[in-house]
Design a protein around this ligand. Structure first.
Ligand SMILES: [Zn+2]
Ligand SMILES: [Zn+2]
Length: 422
């Protein structure tokens, strides 16, 4: 799209692409997209400064209705001219911090520009959800406790805001221990300093904050409303950005809920489809059936065969639009598959046999004549459990193989070496 010469059409989509939003994005969407991307790409968090600058530039233009209109119509170049040349734009860090109302989203202590901030850990919780809840959607209120920066000392831990270098680690926050593993062998291990909990600083006893006792954080209860949307999948994540434990000079991690779909006694789910088992008697399979299936939302579905239709054992039928709702398109639904098992009677009385012969289609194989029968040998059929049969056979085969091995060990050593060399 670039460098097509003077006749090129002005590029008015780059800024939208940078923020990853469609051209129709609302100011709210833009805000959200910028916030997310800017936090992610902030150089303090190890992000790419160029990318961070681009984001700020794109947001600066698109968040201003006037500039956005110019950009939409004439592209970036027009803006540069309109803005009095230069096109230098503003400091991306200023745009970033003004976005967060002058404060930093990375916890108290203001902007720590230039200093690398570590990112707090994400807290991951499994969230058990029934299939009904995933079908209908639900909101779950969950109470969690987390560490929040102490409001009294702003996470400094001291009244004065001052801190001293930790004597245990000389302010590095790390200690190295050397362990002798054996003669001439040592192991060097680095771990967080226990005296300062890895912060590298200590606080004078008299200067300690009275609320957090110098811990800088205090535990707080937080209630989160987790919105389980229709059609969400097993192991799908619901993220609450920046809601995990707060710590000084740390980008707060996310609380992440991972959906764990509970087993359902009746319905099995595969993606957007549902599967249900149904057993028919032989009479139902041959002569027709109807039954009521209560769906996940409590609706009763009447399920019936077509007149004259025969249902074969181990066959499937499907009902459209009665599967799971599709995530974020809940008006669309998958299919509901019914797997049919047909129960045959174990035996029939002679009368039943006669009656059935009279009504069922004649066998296609011709009847054997007495003479043909005379020429054959009689056999007897007996019941088998095929699984047991196969298991027995496999066992017998293993034993025979083991015997072979033993035989070979007695005299085949040299032969084997030869084989291996080939
Ligand atoms: Zn220390
Ligand atoms: Zn405090």
């Amino acid at each position: 799209m670039f460098g097509r010469g003077p006749s090129k059409k002005s590029d008015n989509s780059k800024f939208y692409e940078i923020l990853g939003v469609p051209k129709s994005a609302s100011p709210e969407d833009l805000k959200k997209a910028y916030k997310k991307a800017a936090i992610k790409n902030h150089p303090d968090k190890g992000g790419d400064p160029e990318k961070f600058k681009e984001l700020a530039q794109a947001y600066e233009v698109l968040s201003d209705p006037e500039k956005r209109e110019i950009y939409d119509q004439y592209g970036e170049d027009a803006l540069k001219e309109g803005m009095g040349g230069g096109g230098g734009g503003h400091d991306p860090f200023d745009i970033f911090s003004s976005f967060f109302g002058g404060g930093s989203p990375f916890g108290a202590g203001g902007s720590s520009r230039g200093r690398r901030q570590r990112r707090g850990e994400d807290v991951v919780h499994p969230l058990k959800v029934s299939l009904e809840d995933l079908y209908l959607g639900t909101t779950k209120k969950l109470s969690l406790s987390r560490n929040a920066l102490c409001s009294k000392c702003n996470g400094k831990g001291s009244k004065s805001g001052a801190s001293l270098k930790c004597g245990g680690c000389q302010g590095t926050g790390m200690k190295v221990t050397i362990r002798q593993l054996g003669p001439g062998m040592i192991q060097q291990m680095q771990h967080a300093c226990n005296e300062c909990k890895g912060t590298g600083e200590t606080i004078n006893d008299r200067d300690r904050c009275s609320q957090c006792k110098g811990d800088k954080v205090i535990p707080e209860k937080k209630v989160l409303e987790v919105n389980v949307e229709k059609g969400m999948q097993h192991s799908q994540k619901i993220t609450f950005e920046g809601q995990a434990d707060e710590a000084p000079d740390t980008v707060t991690g996310d609380i992440v809920f991972v959906i764990q779909q509970k087993e359902h006694p009746k319905f099995k789910r595969k993606g957007e489809d549902l599967f249900v088992e149904h057993t028919l008697s032989l009479t139902e399979a041959l002569c027709g059936f109807s039954f009521v299936l209560t769906h996940l939302d409590g609706r009763n579905l009447l399920i019936k065969s077509n007149p004259g239709e025969v249902v074969k054992p181990d066959s499937y039928k499907a009902i459209s639009d009665e599967g799971m709702p599709i995530y974020q398109r809940p008006f669309m639904k998958g299919k509901l598959y019914i797997h049919f098992t047909v129960e045959f009677p174990d035996s029939l009385s002679p009368d039943q046999t006669k009656a059935l012969e009279a009504v069922l289609p004649k066998p296609s194989t011709t009847q054997l004549s007495d003479m043909e029968i005379d020429e054959c040998e009689e056999t007897t059929l007996h019941d088998v459990n095929m699984e047991d049969e196969m298991r027995r056979k496999a066992q017998a085969q293993r034993e025979a193989y083991d015997d072979d091995e033993d035989d070979e060990d007695h005299h085949g050593g040299a032969q084997r070496v030869q084989c291996a060399q080939q």
